[in-house]
Design a protein around this ligand. Sequence first.
Ligand code: AKG
Ligand code: FE2
Length: 286
Amino acid sequence: MSSSQYLTTELRQWITAQLHNGITREALYQAMLSSGWQPDLARQALEEHPSAEPALSLPVVAEPVVQPGVVPEPDLGDQRSVLLPDGHRVEVLMSLARPRVVVFGGLLTEEECDAIVAAASVRLARSETVATQKEGSEVNAARTSEGMFFERAESEVVARVEARIAALLNWPVRNGEGLQVLRYRTGAEYQPHYDYFDPRHASSKAILQRGGQRVGTLVMYLNTPTRGGATVFPDVKLDVMAQKGNAVFFSYDRPEPGTLTLHGGAPVLEGEKWVATKWLRQGEFV
Ligand SMILES: O=C(O)CCC(=O)C(=O)O
Ligand SMILES: [Fe+2]
């Protein structure tokens, strides 16, 4: 760019669009410098754009800051039975210390459940599990559901639910994997397993590079199966019944059975079961 730089309307619109798309001011400033902007002018241009509007009209919830060794956790300290993470009413139905398990009522509305099922149903494929002998994933008889993953913030409803989960569990949206949706037909199940990645497995190394360990899981029930399909915790003989809109949360501060977070989806005995799972990583999931 020449030394006689000035701010045109087009340039102003470009800056507005970048900020609107979530580019940070610092990143934008660096990009402007590397494409030849004079530092003073770049700074002046950014100062003229004081507020970056979010791309989606979501409630503005501050992103939590994560400390090492800390796991996702709802604010239950003052014994409230109703939480309002993003203005939506979430009931606290049960809280267990070891393993750390919290059951929520009404985390999702009926409409949110139905919208997620409708969007997922056209994209289902047989579920796989992390391969134990090779890299990647494989079909496994212990997991007879069908599933799919949404991208983070893929749609308005997905983004709204992710913002609610982040505020509820005090964990940044960016540390969450994309929502996974599973459908279990009658007879299908997910045998007991841990959600953390076994550091001894060959495939874990690459997985752990994308945001570190999983430290928490939220399983949201998108329908109510007629019979069966509870989320079970065999170590403590706890069964959480699948009820549309409700959710079970559990956390694990280390990738070890001592966390007592062995859990599974019991066989569906009658009807179908649909869940959406949000896994939370230690760091930013990329
Ligand atoms: O279906 C369930 O109840 C459990 C699902 C689960 O364990 C998972 O998605 O990791
Ligand atoms: Fe699981």
